[in-house]
Design a protein around this ligand. Sequence first.
Ligand code: NAI
Ligand code: CS2
Length: 489
Amino acid sequence: MTAADINIECEPSRRPPSGIGIVHLGLGAFHRAHQAVYLQRHLDRTGADDWGICSANIRANRTLVDQLRDGDCRYHVAEFSDSEHVTLREVTALREALYAGPDGPDREALLARMSDPAVHIVTLTVTEKGYFLSPASGELLTDAPAIAHDIAHPESPDTAPGMLLEALARRRSAGVPPFTVLCCDNMPHNGRRTRRAVVSLARHRDGELAEWIDASVAFPSSMVDRIVPAMTDADRTRLAGLGIDDPAAVVCETFSQWVVEDDFPLGRPDWEADGVEMVADVAPFETMKLRLLNGAHSLLAYLGALAGIETVDAAVARPAFRGLLRHYWQQEAIPTLSLPAESDVAAYTDSLLARFANDSLRHRLQQIAMDGSQKLPQRWLAGGVERMTAGDEISATALGVAGWIRYTAGTDLNGQPHPVDDPMAETFATLHRRHGDDPAALTDAFLALDAVFPVAMRDDRLFSRQILAALARLENDGVESAIAALTLN
Ligand code: NAI
Ligand code: CS2
């Protein structure tokens, strides 16, 4: 890569005073490469200082908070269009970084910041599991230890719903209007789900408070899209070679999209001028993205990992995997979408394959495979039930489920171990111990997980037979033969 291929969009000198109008929960890679970049665009365009961000972690990632504090909350984003072209951007939109975990010093500082009348918006990227909602039913998991803690100690919460609830309670007591809650996690109707988590938790505290929140607080939904892999040492070495020695830097693709329901009673940045699409209803955008992009990602994650493949680009370099994605899109996912007539879904899926093929991202399948119990309901299963109910077979989804079940055993098809990073990992391990030598019983036991699978899927004998047959093909013939058998049907 020559200097000519590197586009520097840093403005290290200009930094307006520290106006904080937004608090973010979940200071991770995606927040730094997505929401904060849009706020940086706003800052660069307007110089306005009232939409600076206080970003916080309430569990894990304390080191990152310290690193950002040491660097005046500045960091770099390296946007790779391919392995030869990168745009380096310095982000100064973060004004404060806090660690408010149970073992951290900043819980009260975070709650005070969230209660500040100048804060008008709270955004979140705490992962799908951070809301403590059943993936299948959407009910609050009140038996989760962290939620039980927040019910018992509402003034010193550990969870994202608990933080939102305590801050809203303080604002209500002080006569301060509530902030808008904008979820930026990969969930369908993510605003409604966040509302449900907070109001359900509030009902365990004070019924009137719960009603006030339900009536007074805006929880718009948003669809977010930018591929932001977890940073690796190889990434840091690569950035150092470009002159970026920044422990808080992130790497991502150039593509970025943010579609937001326009419901901000206390106001918002004029995001339209910064490339954000403000809409009345985000549902069509999010369903398409969750089922086409994320559904494909999860197929690659489990089946690619079983085949010993490490990254997304390496998987789509194989014709069998590209054929699987096209089969899944055309036969099973696209028919479930209600798209405007002018939509060019073929161009969209072509663009997904091009994005997945970006070998400069080195997007690890293991990262995508994480938290499958929280992801698969919206990525495969909701659409799958629709197709099943319509009498259509979903053999690609069945192959994906078989791949996921096999993946949760903790080894690939060559016996190489991998971590099973999922809130339900212990449950999966128990099912494999109990039924590992009986694939039919194992399949039924997984389908009986009502936190993950809809009842219609559990009871559908064709679907369970398809999963069983796919499991056998995976073990006996390998992944690419199992895919070939699928597309030959
Ligand atoms: P990350 O691992 O870098 O950051 C996740 C953050 O969530 C961490 O700061 C962690 O402290 C926090 N967290 C994890 N579990 C939590 C819990 N139970 N309660 C509270 N906080 C918790 O991951 P990254 O890449 O930032 O992704 C985060 C979320 O952003 C994803 O789960 C997804 O919903 C969304 N997203 C990610 C994209 C990506 O390509 N990385 C793209 C689109 C959406
Ligand atoms: C990925 C997503 O890790 C995963 O589950 O499928 O983070 C994906 O990179 C983003 O949704 C892309 O916008």
